[in-house]
Design a protein around this ligand. Sequence first.
Ligand code: WTA
Length: 672
Amino acid sequence: MSEEKSAHYSVTWQEEEYIHPPNDFVGQANLTDPKIFERFSLENFPECFKEFADLLDWDQYWHTTLDTSDAPCWKWFVGGKINASYNCVDRHLDKYKNKTAIHFVPEPEDEPIVHLTYQDLYRRVNETAAVLRDFAGLKAGDRVTLHLPMTPELPITMLACARLGVIHSQVFAGFSGQACGERIWDSESRVLITIDSYYRSGKLLDHKAIGDVAVEVAKKEGQDVDKVLVWRRYPGKYSSAAPVVEGRDFFMDELLKEYRGKTVEPVSMPAEDILFLMYTSGSTGRPKGAQHSIGGYLAYVTWMSKNIQDIHPEDVYWCMADIGWITGHSFIVYGPLACAASSVIYEGVPTYPDAGRIWRIAEELDVNIFHTSPTAIRQLRKAGPDEPEKYNYDFKHMTTVGEPIEPAVWRWYYDVVGKKKAAIVDTWWQTETGGFLCSTVPGLAPMKPGSAGPGVPGIHPVIFDDEGNEIPAGAGKAGNICIKNPWPGLMQTIWKDRDRFVSTYYGKYNTNPDSKDWRDWPYMAGDAAVLAKDGYVRILGRVDDVINVAGHRLGTKEIESAALTVQEVAEAAVIAAKDEIKGVVPDLYVALKPGFEASDELAAKISQAVSTVVGKIARPRSVHIVPDMPKTRSGKIMRRILASISNQTEVGDVTSLANPDVVELILKKVQG
Ligand code: WTA
């Protein structure tokens, strides 16, 4: 790690004391065998992962656990055939037919909670698959874009696709039509599946209109969408101002009438075929489609759900993430359902209509496993620090994911939300990795507030400095966290862009691009981290141009290129400004083309452009129109200096800049 970077990622939290998981939790935990780490040592790699695959029902058992012939695009469980929808639904019918698979909690509190049993889910997935196959003409290997919010139709549609071997690409509902359209184009989807409307903060939002924009954008890029399938939030009633395009738009509830009771045989798919694409942000403006396999991915998230989330079939499990992000795919839909859990889906905003909503839902549904992000915890703590104790629920297990959690926030989560009775796991992982990389095993190891924990069984982390030297545990120095070995949940590649995959994740530390030996291919995650003596990892943040706003992953380049669509803007730079609730938020600096004047109207217009192009979640905290960007002599914008200005930290020595004087001007403008 260069001087500049390690200074930037200085560790400010104290090393915390261990907290041991409650005995009641340990007594019932799925994984308490201390030999687990021996079984998953590197000597036993890759065969140890058989234990993961054996949690699934295979149509045909595989012959090769790991095929490295196309390194670093690994193939897992080769020769195996499997269907993900069968594993999440059909196989539970014998034992759990009448058990709830999905509890759907609508945002309006006067709308009843919907409890879908595994039998209901089976029926709805089959009928939906029939529409996709027989009406929309979709078949194995086709891609379809979903732009769906948090209603049961989202997992139903995903599982219907999986049943057919159709590759789903779900785009977070909060993303704009522009962002969705680009993803339709990149994935070459000719079908878009959306919904007319859904609730957020008490408002029924018009969502279909955004789908129309997406179709237009995709068309301009050269991808035609010939069918838009529209779920309706209230079947039979269209709640959108957007016109229904004859011959292109169809209401799912109407189509389904033709397919009542229809069953669709799950298509037996090769394990290493693609289950889904999940677009995520990287260092360039263009989002990358993380390509996840069927067998490896499903085996990985199922094992993690069982052993790190500690899901038993009798548990009521609530992950408050959005299914539009990887956390929801892995830990609302595929993992928990493969474990026959009852999984809760909540449509709306955590603090709507008041700070007690979440705890009321937990009480009503008897939720005993709870999973959320530090941003949500901070929000809930701010809105109602004493709310949890007013409600009668019991969590045995809680998860935090998506950003580093401050020890003080961790303690509120443990003491007040968990009532000191729940084990907490701080799970560090990424869209690319399919499932957890670092976390404690909750029935085996103590928790340490602010640290994720060691690698989970089967994952062997290492921290390298910029030269590729290993930074030993306990050295107290930050470096780039890498994983020494491949694992079944790891993405196969970036959709249609193998070169970008290889250079992004392996370019820095692979020394022999022709090697077929996995030992030559440490996976570089793109996070800075420190490794304590006890093997616990503390994640400090991204080393690349990605920022995590409220746990939503955004590319600074995407925001910058959105700002550049405004014709007055000559240059744009986004930095991560610290925020009490959201962790970080984007602060946008722009310089104008000659002849244009700064004004509040122009700043508002630029902010609006970001919202339109990327989505509301990317809207900058402020737009600073500055006379010029601080630049190195080679013309590189010094984002670090802008970040110091936004975060009111020492700017440091700027004399080597090409234009040192501008720093003073910007400081005055921003800090007054
Ligand atoms: C960050 C979300 C600290 C990290 C699952 C990573 C975390 C990025 C943690 C991936 C954690 C995720 N502690 N930081 N427990 N979990 N991150 O792809 O910077 O949306 O690289 O996946 O989130 O974000 P993504």
